[in-house]
Design a protein around this ligand. Structure first.
Ligand code: SF4
Length: 421
């Protein structure tokens, strides 16, 4: 393990690829749970956990995890006993820090119908160590939820939140989607007010992306669906940002907002620690179908083919489909790309340290005393002029310490970030 990777934080992501039904816009790796091999999946996942932890120990790259994130799909449709066994295996296989953030995605209307059932399920999650819930609410308008193909109603969300609070969960994220076809900025703002009334500690806001191969993608192709124009989408986004800031949320990443703590000048204690690992170029182990990992400078991705995933683990092998050792340029490019997503931006020092962290014979040596800013702009000499152009138009802030997008710059973040790829 390199010296710098010793300092990096470590997360564990576990993918649960099953949902009650597919939403009409969904391009995530998920299948309808009906008739799916859920038991076989959990057995295979336990095998993968053991194989992966043995490999990390053998390579000397094992270290205590700061975060666990169970995402999907819809993890809350999984059998609670199987989930609990899997978590026991995880904790026996990997060292988890006592104060680790442990997030579980739990879609509304999948926690149970009766209060008693929900409370028991939430108790089981608490027992596993879950201390943060992330709910895919998307909208608080029942017609829009129906149109999106979601299985829940706004009433389900309000009731779930009431029971979640009763069970003592004090760190809850709600996802909100905007720019759904037919939705105006005013509609989105009404949705946001209903989300705010539930007082979540964290809100993720995304505009709907119409993806090829989804029912919405087909509807867009046939002209049955008209996407919200860009200008309106951007107006909605900026109004959401302003409203959330006024409501006491810290806008810490393009799409993410965390409630401020007691000290409004300090960083919010409710920032997602797990997602911050991705934006900070920290390390994470990915487990489950299609999951990705980044350990000791190597990125890997598991197969996305469910049959192959089950078969390979049955043979006692890891289901890795792709592996790539990052070059020094990969590292710095990714550090800038992901770092610019954060409202504080990227510091030259952190970007250059990511560059130096790579085991790459091609990388020119950086000497002690070299100025991080100079090294950064030597590496990105070709991008400099265009970056200055963006700065001149008030879209990018270039300081002595580093770079960050302005709020207007977020609207063209992909173009700005692509300068550094
Ligand atoms: S709940 Fe999420 S993962 Fe499942 S189908 Fe809907 S959008 Fe996709």
């Amino acid at each position: 393990m390199t010296a710098d990777s010793m300092d990096k934080k470590r997360g564990i992501y576990i993918h649960m690829p099953f949902c009650v039904q597919k939403c009409r816009y969904c391009a995530f790796l998920s299948f309808s749970a009906e008739g799916s091999p859920r038991k076989e999946y959990m057995d295979a996942l336990e095998k993968e956990i053991k194989l992966r932890s043995a490999l990390e120990r053998e390579r000397g790259t094992d270290k205590p995890a700061d975060t666990i994130y169970i995402g999907g799909g819809t993890p809350s449709v999984m059998d609670i006993a199987a989930m609990s066994e899997m978590i026991k295996t995880l904790k026996r296989s990997f060292e988890i820090k006592p104060d680790a953030e442990f997030t579980l995605e739990a879609n509304p209307a999948t926690l149970g119908r009766k209060d008693g059932v929900m409370l028991a399920k939430l108790q089981a999650y608490k027992f596993m160590g879950v201390n943060r819930l992330s709910m895919g609410v998307q909208s608080m308008d029942n017609d829009r939820l129906h149109y999106l193909g979601r299985i829940h109603t706004a009433e389900n969300v309000a009731r779930d939140m009431e029971i979640i609070r009763r069970k003592g969960f004090s760190n809850v994220n709600l996802d909100l989607m905007f720019s759904v076809p037919g939705e105006s900025t005013e509609d989105a703002m009404r949705d946001l007010e209903r989300i705010l009334a539930l007082a979540p500690e964290h809100i993720s806001c995304y505009s709907l992306q119409i993806e090829e191969g989804t029912p919405f993608g087909e509807m867009a192709e046939s002209g049955e669906l008209t996407e919200v124009p860009d200008e309106e989408d951007r107006e909605t986004y900026h109004r959401i940002c302003r409203r959330l800031r006024d409501a006491g949320y810290e806008h810490y990443e393009i799409s993410n907002f965390a409630k401020k703590g007691d000290d409004p000048a300090a960083t919010s204690p409710y920032r997602s620690r797990h997602n911050s690992l991705y934006w900070n170029m920290d390390e994470y182990i990915g487990l489950g179908l299609g999951a990705s990992g980044f350990i000791n400078g190597v990125r890997y991705k598991n197969t996305s083919d469910l049959e192959e995933y089950l078969a390979v683990l049955e043979e006692g092998r890891l289901p890795v489909a792709e592996e790539h050792r990052n070059t020094a340029f990969d590292n710095i490019s990714e550090a800038v790309f992901t770092g610019l997503r954060r409202r504080e931006g990227i510091r030259y020092e952190d970007a250059v340290r990511a560059y130096m962290d790579a085991v790459d014979a091609e990388r020119p040596e950086i000497l002690p005393g070299d100025d991080f800013r100079d090294v950064f702009w030597d590496i990105f000499a070709e991008a400099r002029e265009e970056a200055l152009g963006y700065a001149g138009r008030g879209l990018l802030i270039i300081s002595d310490e580093g770079l960050k997008l302005t709020e207007q710059g977020i609207d063209i973040s992909n173009s700005i970030m692509s300068l550094f790829v």
